[in-house]
Design a protein around this ligand. Structure first.
Ligand code: UT7
Length: 323
């Protein structure tokens, strides 16, 4: 059976790192390192500076992923880029990455599912690879949420950071080892779109707008939705939670990671946690965490890895793959 296999990963962070104290001082916020660490697990985040954009971060992550894959940009026939903070309303940031990498001529487009964007991108790219639209794809999650934060709202501006992560997927025979993407489940429920949204856009206000979130309510839905979609993927693939080697979750809040792992009966030692260092980087958080664990040697060939995310919309999803 033809399946999509991860053959490389890469990530990129902006140059500028801000600790909780530095953030509070710079924006004169009525908050503390203690509150942020206790409620979220976040100790620092990276913010894009001059010349750093979603496209430049995405391109840097893509280059590293191609290098790890030993693939040339010319081999990439498909780029699916998940972002809620594109450089421009159009063209798609994916085409800007395509131009920067010099692999013009294939397919390139963005998907918008906010923090679940990378899972949607994996789902779309996997389907397209399996039906033969391309042999190799770049699947990217890239964000510059610092540019849509309201720095007068301490309930949201301390939570997010910027960054990008990328995977190179290759369509090839899965064989007896049952490698590659084994199953993906995606969901959306527009009934909750007001709980996490941006209050502007090209067609509504003609402005970019700022992020607004009712955190406590999002938290509640996140744990329920994530546990349920993880169970769906396990059922569909016939895999038990105990067989999972690693969970690479969306990094919104350390308490959500804890609660979700507990619901599945998974020890935290199997969960890749980067929210402390990167904060919530929306669509970039899963591939950033994935690449961190690839490069420090935790993720190895043969491992069963579960990816999961939940975000604005609401949208949520999970994907199980064997490396
Ligand atoms: O990525 C997409 C998905 N997003 C998420 O999954 C985010 C989900 N939500 C969360 O992670 C958490 O709900 C937050 C981290 C956003 C908030 O944590 P919480 O434990 O739910 O806090 P809360 O909103 O219930 O606020 C508790 C208190 C409030 O004060 P009072 O009303 O109890 O006096 C807030 O005003 O903490 C206050 N507060 C702060 N205090 C210091 C809120 N933000 C801050 C802050 N510093 N930055």
């Amino acid at each position: 059976m033809i399946r999509s296999h991860v053959i490389g990963s890469g990530s990129a962070l902006p140059a500028r790192r801000l600790t909780n104290e530095e953030l509070a001082a710079e924006y004169n916020l009525d908050t503390s390192d203690e509150w942020i660490v206790e409620r979220t697990g976040i100790t620092q985040r990276y913010f894009a500076g001059e010349g750093e954009t979603t496209a430049t971060l995405a391109t840097a992550a893509a280059r590293k992923a191609l290098e790890m894959a030993g693939a040339d940009a010319s081999e990439i026939g498909l780029i699916v880029l998940a972002t809620a903070t594109p450089d421009n309303t159009f063209p798609a940031t994916a085409t800007q990455v395509q131009q920067a990498l010099g692999c013009n001529g294939g397919i390139a487009f963005d998907v918008a599912a906010v923090c679940t964007g990378f899972l949607y991108a994996i789902g779309v790219a996997d389907s397209m690879l399996r039906i033969g639209h391309a042999k190799k794809a770049l699947v990217i999650g890239a964000e510059t949420f610092s540019r849509i934060l309201d720095f007068e709202d301490r309930t949201t501006c301390v939570l997010f950071g910027d960054g990008a992560g990328a995977l190179v997927l290759e369509a090839r025979e899965s064989g007896e080892a049952q490698t590659g993407v084994l199953g993906t489940k995606l969901h959306a429920d527009g009934a909750h779109c007001d709980l996490l949204h941006v209050d502007g856009g090209p067609s509504s206000t003609g402005t970019v707008g700022k992020l607004r979130m009712k955190g406590r309510e999002v938290f509640r839905h996140a744990v329920v939705n994530l546990s349920s979609v993880l169970k769906e993927v396990l059922e569909e693939t016939g895999v038990s939670a105990a067989e999972i080697d690693w969970v690479v979750p969306h990094q919104a809040n350390a308490r959500i990671l804890d609660a979700t792992a507990r619901k599945l009966g998974l020890p935290m030692e199997k969960v890749v946690v980067t929210v402390d260092r990167h904060a919530n980087t929306s669509a970039a958080s899963v591939p950033l965490a994935f690449d961190t664990a690839m490069r420090d040697g935790r993720l190895k060939a043969g491992d069963l890895v579960m990816l999961e995310a939940m975000g604005g919309g609401f949208t949520w999803g999970a994907s199980l793959l064997r490396l």
